[in-house]
Design a protein around this ligand. Structure first.
Ligand SMILES: Cc1cc2nc3c(=O)[nH]c(=O)nc-3n(C[C@H](O)[C@H](O)[C@H](O)COP(=O)(O)OP(=O)(O)OC[C@H]3O[C@@H](n4cnc5c(N)ncnc54)[C@H](O)[C@@H]3O)c2cc1C
Length: 315
């Protein structure tokens, strides 16, 4: 019987960029313009910006633009350049003598002289009872994607930071009633967001530790502990939107890099190189202090120019 190889190794690239967010897109554009033979592997285009329902008002050149629209512009610009693009999830990056093997979840394997990790961050889960069971059946991590499903329903947003407030404000357009459950006694979201949420009738519950998500086929309630009274309280909601921050997507390079205490990749801020020569990192996946679109794009650019320099010096 014919034996299929474990992985199908496609071809040798100069540079592989992992991620299709602002960091990956900018790195791809710069790499192509330096005439590097480039592959961009992205699970999806857009990253965190695709999850953003409200407008972006701080990306230079655009006074106001939705996250989705901006990322579509990034993707179009990237595709105008000569880069290969694979819509796939990277499972592992392995160091080899002359570079790296990058293998994907669909069992493809690619080889490159250098790699840029621009895989951003995934939403942080609550770890509450029932959370996993109800993903796609009432539990969501993406207001922009799933908000309209909750028309005329009651929903709870977990997390009282800016993301939580922005999610609640956008959900208000669809849902009948929107709650925000915040673990801490104080709200840390911007005053503007708080004012708008109050005006729209969003109900903010502080000191609320979410314990369990319940339902039949679909979510019908959540149980939270009032951290002051220690009482367990049931809130009837059909949707739960989790907005408690994010975790860097780094599992596929864990043996090759050093991590900060927040599990972000540590790198040399001058040239974006990690502790492994030829392996670069950019954007929200790193311990760069500020996490913003314009910064991620700038970091992607720095990483691509540094990778170019590294490849040229090696050859
Ligand atoms: C709700 C919200 C609101 C925000 N508002 C603003 C704002 O108004 N202005 C602003 O400047 N910033 C804002 N940000 C921050 C901004 O979105 C991020 O700083 C920026 O998107 C980071 O870009 P990135 O390319 O580093 O990562 P991401 O945008 O996270 O992109 C990561 C990419 O990597 C891909 N990926 C991940 N893992 C893998 C894998 N294993 N294999 C292949 N591909 C993978 C993803 O599919 C994605 O394409 C906001 C963020 C959120 C969540």
């Amino acid at each position: 019987m014919k034996q299929f190889p474990k992985f199908y190794t496609k071809m040798l690239y100069d540079l592989i960029i992992i991620g299709g967010g602002p960091a990956g897109a900018a790195a791809g554009i710069y790499s192509a313009r330096r005439k590097l033979n480039t592959l961009v592997i992205a699970k999806s285009f857009g990253g965190q910006m695709a999850r953003k329902a409200v407008d972006i008002e701080n990306y230079p050149g655009f006074e106001k633009i939705s996250g989705l629209e901006l990322i579509q512009k990034f993707e179009k610009h990237l595709r105008k350049n000569k880069v290969d693009i694979e819509r796939d999830t990277v499972g592992k990056v392995k160091k080899i003598k002359d570079g790296f093997f990058v293998s994907t979840k669909s069992r493809k394997q690619f080889q490159a002289k250098a790699v840029i990790v621009a895989s951003g961050a995934d939403p942080r889960p609550l770890e509450a009872i029932g959370e996993k069971k109800f993903i796609g059946r009432g539990v969501s991590y993406c207001t922009a994607c799933d908000g309209p499903i909750f028309a005329d329903k009651d929903v709870a947003v977990v997390g009282g930071g800016n993301s939580g407030f922005e999610a609640a404000i956008s959900l208000h357009s669809y849902a009948k009633k929107v709650y925000i459950l915040e673990f801490n006694p104080q709200i840390i979201a911007d005053g503007e967001n708080q004012k708008l949420a109050e005006k729209l009738g969003v109900e903010v519950i502080t000191n609320a530790a979410l314990k369990e998500i319940r339902g039949g086929n679909f979510v019908d309630s959540v149980i939270y502990e009032d951290r002051k009274s220690k009482k367990l309280i049931t809130l009837k909601v059909q949707g739960v939107f989790v907005e408690i921050g994010s975790q860097p997507a780094t599992s596929f390079v864990k043996d090759l890099v050093e991590f900060s205490e927040k599990d972000e990749i540590k790198f040399d801020p001058r040239n974006n190189m990690t502790k492994t020569p030829g392996l670069f990192a950019a954007g929200d996946v790193t311990d760069v202090k500020w996490k913003q679109i314009v910064i991620a794009a700038g970091e992607g650019t720095k990483a691509a120019l540094s990778a170019y320099e590294y490849i040229i010096n090696k050859s």
